[in-house]
Write a new protein. Sequence first.
Length: 473
Amino acid sequence: MVLAEMGDRIKGALQQMRNATVVDERVFTECLNEISRALMAADVQIRMIGTMQANIRKIVNLKERAAGHNKRKIIQQAVFDELCCMLDPGKPVFVPRKGQPTVVMFVGLQGSGKTTTCAKYASYYQRKGWKPALVCADTFRAGAFDQLKQNAEKVRVPFYGSYTETDPVKVAEEGVERFKKERCDMIVVDTSGRHKQEAALFEEMRQVAEVTNPDLVVFVMDSSIGQAAFDQAQAFKQSVAVGAVVVTKMDGHAKGGGALSAVAATKSPVIFLGTGEHMDEFEAFEAKGFVSRLLGVGDLSGLMDRIQEAVPLDQQFETGKKLQEGNLTLRSWCELNQISIQTMGPVLMSKGGEKEGQAKFKRYMTMMDSMTAEELDSTNPCKLMKDSRINRIARGSGRHLHDVHEMLEAFRKFKEMVPAKMLKGLKNSKSGGMNAQHLSNALPPQMLQQIGGVSGLQRMMKEFSGRNFPGLK
Ligand SMILES: Nc1nc2c(ncn2[C@@H]2O[C@H](COP(=O)(O)OP(=O)(O)OP(=O)(O)O)[C@@H](O)[C@H]2O)c(=O)[nH]1
């Protein structure tokens, strides 16, 4: 996927800027130019690139920045924010409410993957306990109903359509009405993707939207359409109120930059990515997480750079070195989390809400303040924790005993899940080149089992590095 290449190039440009002895106008301009070239190579519209450059320049404004500002950090943050903005213009997307009848209409040109996406979307909600239904309002293409029916049967979602009715507006209206009566809470309407004349297609979309009154209109685009995405998306937007974008075929060799153009044209965020023909090859999309992964800030080696940037020299406590050696202490764990919270949310902590994770970590930090240097720098602090020490830490930080136990347990679990060999492996890996199979062989069998086998390990690696590891299937 060229988007990954684009990410690598942007990352490279930022790295070069960070490595420069002095960040002046020349270094900044070169960094921006390389980022622009990377975006251009990924088929992002030139106009959008120009806007992005101007926005970053406005935020960074080197001339006005007094000495002492961390220019590297400011530039990096501005690039990150602008990329996020390109994928999510910030307009709140409609959030359906379980149990309440919701109609979502899908539009897009033929072959974009719309019918497949409708079924994937319905199935996604079904897995979350919703009651979805599919309506085939494509009466133009012979076989469209059969295709939707097949997909619907595959995912066991009720469907509605007709072999004989030629009016898509009528079918859409009947289908939605029927499923509303049946108390379905996620009614997905698939529409036609072609017509004898383009104008007729857009008029049809308008009419289907009028009778079904959708809560959300989703524009589906094939990731390989490149620059054409802007005009295509805009044409649909002018007929119906597109509120979200789904980009399909991200598993192919598409450049993917077109997605950014579709977002700009519709001023709507990308909400899902299609990553294959199978029904479960569908991923919820979140711009910040995606850009973090694209730029590698979710990557441990990227994290090493961030450690150097974010933790003052006199407080670094050799976090990076300890990671490289695989010697994780409470202190380096704390620093890792601080940095990950600043850059990408608490990914290094157990799963759970981001806010909850941050609050939890703040509690941990307060407790760590009451610990001795010996305890903080021990690779096995649990061993040092006699009852009297736990009591003292709880009292000193104003927390309960069970809070201290919880923190120690969280650290122990993290250490257990990410053993020294793995930290070393992650650190030593080059982009995409980690021999994951080798890593799984290095783990004790019980641990591999605990992680969820090789596929669990792959998921974990993905979380750490934000990359796919093609060698592991
Ligand atoms: N590799 C890959 N193929 C996909 C993906 N999504 C859809 N496809 C395939 O793309 C082809 C076209 O998908 P459809 O769902 O029929 O497209 P459509 O937009 O509904 O087309 P019309 O019904 O002609 O308007 C099918 O062969 C799908 O299996 C995806 O995310 N990845």
